[in-house]
Design a binder for this molecule. Sequence first.
Ligand code: IPE
Ligand code: IPE
Ligand code: MG
Length: 244
Amino acid sequence: MNENEIISRGVPSHIAIILDGNGRWAKKRLMPRTFGHRKGAFNIRDIAHYASQIGVKYMTVYCFSTENWKRPSDEVNYLMTKPVRYIERYKSSIINSTTKIKMVGRRDRLPRPLLETIEDLEKETANHTGLVLTLCVDYGSLDEVKNAVLEMHHDLNNGRLKESDVDEKTIYNYLYTRDLPPVDLLIRTSGEIRLSNYLLLQLAYAELYFTDVYWPDFNEEELLKAIENYQNRNRRFGGLKENK
Ligand code: IPE
Ligand code: IPE
Ligand code: MG
């Protein structure tokens, strides 16, 4: 199917991506892992731009997990400092676009310059009405649940929340991603078939798509392939599809 045919069949509203394989992509080219992270960062911009063009409403990308602090300090240091420069370089074009940038994850462990740069982008794009691009930084699903449980406990104690009012939606409302709808399509690049602590609740009924392509090589064509694959799924949400 060609691009227009795929788009006309309807694209998923919320796509989440585990962008993996930056390091292996660089290694294959006999380059340092950080070279892959650099290419990977630019690719977030390019794929978000294309996703927005074809009508995706939400794109949520895994940039740094709560477990990634275990990596060698020079790599962690690169990931915590370099994005500041990338963002500054593209800041004006982001501000002039319709994309709204959000960050989810722990904010207390990020270096100040990175946090301030991201928060500045969140502020500058808060009224944008196009694609919502959520960056998951120092994010882990288990940390998110821990945080939700503590906040709920606090609100139950201070009376802001009544036990009898707690339902599935209440729990969703305590997650970092409370403003995002559930994920429709999850893409993981690089051939790994696992979720690595990513959006475990938000993926409850998502369709999962795994590809061997490393993130820096994941381009428009690969995104269309994932969407076409998604369009051929039969989403039942526990029920039965009519006429099936
Ligand atoms: C994904 O690429 C980016 C981050 C986790 C920050 P990796 O750095 O995990 O690359 P591989 O998986 O080692 O190739
Ligand atoms: C998941 O990738 C985290 C991000 C993409 C930011 P990892 O490369 O850290 O995951 P594992 O270690 O292979 O599970
Ligand atoms: Mg990896």
